[in-house]
Design a protein around this ligand. Sequence first.
Ligand SMILES: *[C@@H]1O[C@H](CO)[C@@H](O)[C@H](O)[C@H]1NC(C)=O
Ligand SMILES: *[C@@H]1O[C@H](CO)[C@@H](O)[C@H](O)[C@H]1NC(C)=O
Ligand SMILES: *[C@@H]1O[C@H](CO)[C@@H](O)[C@H](O)[C@H]1NC(C)=O
Ligand SMILES: *[C@@H]1O[C@H](CO)[C@@H](O)[C@H](O)[C@H]1NC(C)=O
Ligand SMILES: *[C@@H]1O[C@H](CO)[C@@H](O)[C@H](O)[C@H]1NC(C)=O
Ligand SMILES: *[C@@H]1O[C@H](CO)[C@@H](O)[C@H](O)[C@H]1NC(C)=O
Ligand SMILES: *[C@@H]1O[C@H](CO)[C@@H](O)[C@H](O)[C@H]1NC(C)=O
Ligand SMILES: *[C@@H]1O[C@H](CO)[C@@H](O)[C@H](O)[C@H]1NC(C)=O
Ligand SMILES: *[C@@H]1O[C@H](CO)[C@@H](O)[C@H](O)[C@H]1NC(C)=O
Ligand SMILES: *[C@@H]1O[C@H](CO)[C@@H](O)[C@H](O)[C@H]1NC(C)=O
Length: 398
Amino acid sequence: MNLKSNFQSLLVPLAAVFASLYLINPNPHFLNIFKDFTVTTLPSSSFYLAQPFTNNFGRDHHHRPHKKHPDSGDAGSICDDFPPGIPPPSTNTTSYLCVDRKGCCNFTTVQAAVNAVPDFSEKRTIIWINSGIYYEKVIVPKTKPNITIQGQGYTSTAIAWNDTAKSANGTFYSGSVQVFASNFIAKNISFMNLAPIPGPGVEGAQAVAMRISGDQAEFRGCGFFGAQDTLHDDKGRHYFKDCYIQGSIDFIFGDARSLYENCQLVSIANPVPPGQRGINGAVTAHGRVSMDENTGFAFVNCTIGGNGRIWLGRAWRPFSRVVFAFTTMSDIIAPEGWNDFNDPSRDQTIFYGEYNCSGPGASTALRVSYVQRLNDTQVFPFLNTSYIDGDQWLEVYK
Ligand SMILES: *[C@@H]1O[C@H](CO)[C@@H](O)[C@H](O)[C@H]1NC(C)=O
Ligand SMILES: *[C@@H]1O[C@H](CO)[C@@H](O)[C@H](O)[C@H]1NC(C)=O
Ligand SMILES: *[C@@H]1O[C@H](CO)[C@@H](O)[C@H](O)[C@H]1NC(C)=O
Ligand SMILES: *[C@@H]1O[C@H](CO)[C@@H](O)[C@H](O)[C@H]1NC(C)=O
Ligand SMILES: *[C@@H]1O[C@H](CO)[C@@H](O)[C@H](O)[C@H]1NC(C)=O
Ligand SMILES: *[C@@H]1O[C@H](CO)[C@@H](O)[C@H](O)[C@H]1NC(C)=O
Ligand SMILES: *[C@@H]1O[C@H](CO)[C@@H](O)[C@H](O)[C@H]1NC(C)=O
Ligand SMILES: *[C@@H]1O[C@H](CO)[C@@H](O)[C@H](O)[C@H]1NC(C)=O
Ligand SMILES: *[C@@H]1O[C@H](CO)[C@@H](O)[C@H](O)[C@H]1NC(C)=O
Ligand SMILES: *[C@@H]1O[C@H](CO)[C@@H](O)[C@H](O)[C@H]1NC(C)=O
């Protein structure tokens, strides 16, 4: 891949994010935090970026300069380019709500729209969210199943907050967005935790962007931006397709049973100079507690890139289970690949598998002794949506 074009395609969307952020919250302190965030995420070496990154932004970018600022006093014109027919009228099976931060439709915050969804609705409610960053903490409680949130692209629509383990009374509560309801769907939107990236050894700095704790959840074309503990894939069966997931330490963690297909996993751990030893991150920390649990993370046709020297996973709990198949790994993956949390008794109970991966980080020659080089039969259960009983609940099967 061409480094320069990668770098430029990253800069452009971040500039967009920065611009829209200023419109929502022109607070210099917050801007500084965000600046830290962008500076630290702009790497000198390769980043893996999806094409939609530039495309989505392109649209937004060309419109923004012509828009009137909400404070300009010309209230009528703010909504002139708001798409007609949004939200569509509700039907027998689906209700629609709309969120726009400039006030051009039903709600200006995502939480207000979530609150408006009736409890235990059997109908699906689609919450359409216009471009922009929504600076708010959002909770979807257990009482509100069957919600879809629909953004305009993961580089143009985002929900962002900046709690940390310290500020939120624990990592589990630090999520910018926390979903406890079942049958949740998110499309084309990003979830961000903008807390400053901690220096090494700083305590209480874990900062979750998304906690997904409801069963049967589906994420398509979504972005997850954070550093330590970005995506709390807590419990239930989950599907992630075409997603962009960025972090440093344990950036996908939890005890869910999840399939990640065609996702980009990007490490923002500090670059490690050649010749220097040390590990400064891990893609996963799966938390399977016992043999009886049918949980584990499966990654199929993903890419791993970015900076640092990191493990594919470390055994947060003794029965930690993770499989990588058909995944391209850059040289940021340490040759040993995996870590048992410095507890050799876990080597017997961990299930860490690799199958037909490629790239400089994928060589299994120097891997830890307990890694499983899976054969065709062993890998089968992890390769498609049957792993998460997808035929019972994924939207495409309904
Ligand atoms: C989050 O940002 C706000 C606004 O800048 C700031 O006041 C607050 O201290 C930040 N919270 C944390 C936990 O850093
Ligand atoms: C929607 O529900 C109403 C009342 O139950 C029914 O009369 C109508 O035919 C339904 N419409 C559709 C498209 O199913
Ligand atoms: C949302 O806006 C639409 C169009 O203006 C309107 O028909 C609908 O009643 C609104 N819904 C709520 C819950 O306010
Ligand atoms: C709504 O949620 C309930 C409980 O999670 C589920 O049984 C039902 O199938 C869902 N309906 C739709 C339309 O997704
Ligand atoms: C913080 O966590 C402690 C221990 O779990 C709990 O006792 C306390 O009530 C929590 N405080 C808040 C504000 O949630
Ligand atoms: C999400 O974005 C992709 C890529 O831009 C697009 O093809 C797709 O139609 C979008 N999905 C929805 C539901 O808007
Ligand atoms: C693998 O993922 C890439 C995008 O990351 C996609 O273009 C390609 O179609 C996927 N291959 C398969 C077999 O799904
Ligand atoms: C594994 O990858 C190799 C080369 O990338 C390919 O030739 C082979 O067919 C793959 N195996 C399977 C089962 O797809
Ligand atoms: C795959 O590995 C399992 C466990 O080691 C073994 O029982 C099985 O025979 C192997 N299958 C093939 C097709 O090699
Ligand atoms: C997943 O793969 C298995 C084994 O090849 C197959 O039996 C099953 O039908 C596939 N499921 C889906 C949803 O494609």
